[in-house]
Design a protein around this ligand. Sequence first.
Ligand code: ADP
Length: 163
Amino acid sequence: MRVALYPGSFDPITAGHVDIIRRGLEIFDRIEIAVAVNIRKTPTFSDDERVLMLREVFPHEPRVEVVQFSGLLIDYARKRGIRSVLRGLRAISDFEYEFQLASMNRRLTDEVDFVFLMTSEENYFVSSSLVREVAMNGGDVTGLVPEPVARRLAARFAAEASG
Ligand code: ADP
């Protein structure tokens, strides 16, 4: 059984993340989406909301599991007996950070390997932070995020605007 851990903050999950997960399922039997909780930067969506949204997006996919983790990723992977970490690459800009991250993790352990997948072209420019920015200013995020996420974004920023 090939299992991959797909870690991230997913604040919120976008079409780019979904693309990586779908591609990952072609290679791995199971994917554990590991939501980083207790992160230093304050997220727009709480730890529980980010987990809930991911579960809403994959309700009928038994090969996808959503879990939370904090602390070192490799410690979590080791505890779960997982040896592959899935990450997505957009343009060249992602490479440097991802290279650093994978190299640091390799320095910490040799038991875990990072696997990188590219999204399709239409998701090259999609990021959680840009999606939040667009939604916050009343822009249309249809197609950039899964439907349930678009609804939650609209509700969140409508509530903020009226409150
Ligand atoms: P982090 O805060 O760890 O970067 P993210 O939730 O932003 O977590 O992203 C998780 C992973 O998904 C990262 O590997 C990131 O590069 C990748 N990713 C995010 N958006 C896209 C996208 N549009 N196309 C490909 N990969 C993406």
